[in-house]
Unconditional design. Sequence first.
Length: 292
Amino acid sequence: QAELGVNEHHQNEVVSYMRFARFKRGMCLKTVDSCFQDLKDSRLVEETFTVDEVMDMLDGLQSVVHSEVESELINTTYTNVLLLRQLFSQAEKWYLKLQTDVSDLENRELLDQVAEFEKSEYTSSNTKSTADPIKPKLAPLNEGGSELLNKTVAHLQEENEKLKTRLKTIETQATAALDEKSKLEKSLRDLQMIQGDQKNNANQDITELENKVAALKSQFEKTLNDTTANQKFLEEDLMTTKHDLLKVQDQLSTAEKELEKKFQQTAAYRNMKEILTRKNEQIKDLRRKLSK
């Protein structure tokens, strides 16, 4: 059996259209035959005719046949346009731009291939049951695509929610670290106040107080280092989360505004870092004063 170089579904659609075209062609031929038969029945009633009478009959027949053939050709053109419209509409739903090569419509080799395919298909169809199976109409292609897009959007939204939850957890940890550092700074200020009050006491009390302050300073530095390391980890984790959010933004444009709003809130974290830097400078200054 001749093949057209397309998949089975599209070949079945071509066969359906060729059956339609064969039916229309048969109707047109019957119309032309009826024109000649009408002439025979209505005009050829005498045994002899003059040249003028024959010319008149042929002119009338030519006019009728010309009108019928022209009407059928025009209708065939419009039918082909409607068929192309169905195909283009389906392609546009997937944002495709189909192209046609009109020169191939006059390719003798391709036309012979189509003729062979039609002959083979018509021969094979005659051996089957006279009742042709009902062919499905052109199905809209956007249903499967919409389902796939909906699944993708749902997956991206779920991933977006996970990233937002993770970002919220990181922000909570950063806030807790800031509170811890504030408590340590308050403790240091209290110790400094105690140290100032004890300066008028005996040298032994001053020595003991200095030892306590040194121990607390050591503990504070250790805690501060741990807090700084934790802060660095949180910053790296936060940066990773930001990259993940940017990736989601590229895939899910509908979530872009919400994610941008969330990223803008991280400006408070940068302000917090600046505050911590200033506090560190104050602590260093306090250390120099304690050393004196």
